[in-house]
Ligand binder design. Structure first.
Ligand SMILES: [Mg+2]
Length: 225
């Protein structure tokens, strides 16, 4: 096994179950506007949100357009008038209040941190991601945390990885491994930058891009690394 000098972890749906936190936060948000979250409403939100984040990854829209736009689009479709930025703040408050761990995350991070310098690389909102890392107990195991809105660009952009590797002293990208669930952000981004990649694919989706490793459960990292 290659001896890695830096291991870069994605957060959402890799270490923390963002889908579960998002589900609960959205349910609470809708309830505060007297809207019941049906499967259809939920699916609509997920589609709107992921379309906007994809556009953000391609550099087509600003972060704030994603954060506010997802709510205005959803509530528009439900015929409810809202104040977008205010709703985003309410949503974020709900999101901060609940953190759900991916099975095995804390244990594997604790174990790997004894052998490797670990870093966080995430597309998201700095305040949210720090709060979630803190309340999950994961934060102390990481040397540094790189959140896209503080770096000025996002995975999979080269400039995001440039920013990260300028701040990880004396480690060449070839000595790094990125672990994440997103084919577009983590795997394509990591490959493009010369990192080894580990695709966390718990739902066994068919691969559309080659990765160095593929795992279904985080505990598989123990035998890989
Ligand atoms: Mg992710």
């Amino acid at each position: 096994m290659k001896r890695y000098e830096a291991i870069l972890f994605d957060i959402d749906d890799t270490l923390l179950d963002f889908k579960q936190s998002e589900h609960v936060a959205l349910e609470q948000l809708l309830a505060s506007y007297n809207v019941r979250m049906t499967d259809e409403v939920k699916e609509r939100y997920v589609r709107i949100n992921s379309e906007l984040w994809r556009a953000f990854e391609r550099g087509e829209v600003e972060r704030d357009e994603v954060l506010v736009g997802r709510h205005t689009k959803l509530f528009d479709s439900l015929g409810v008038r809202i104040d977008g930025p205010r709703v985003e703040q309410q949503y974020r408050d709900f999101l901060h209040a609940g953190v759900h761990m991916v099975d095995g995350a804390l244990e594997i991070v604790r174990t790997l941190s004894e052998q490797y310098p670990l870093y966080i690389v995430t597309n998201g909102v700095t305040e949210t991601q720090f709060k979630r890392l803190e309340s999950s107990g994961l934060l102390p195991y990481f040397q540094d945390v790189f959140v896209s809105d503080a770096t000025g660009s996002q995975k999979p952009m080269k400039s995001f990885f440039d920013y990260v590797f300028e701040r990880i002293p004396n480690v060449a990208p070839e000595k790094g491994l990125i672990i994440g669930d997103s084919v577009t952000a983590d795997i394509a981004g990591g490959r493009m930058y010369g990192l080894d990649t580990c695709w966390f694919n718990p739902n066994e989706v068919a691969a559309t891009i080659e990765s160095t490793y593929e795992i279904r459960h985080l505990h598989e990292l123990k035998s890989l690394l």
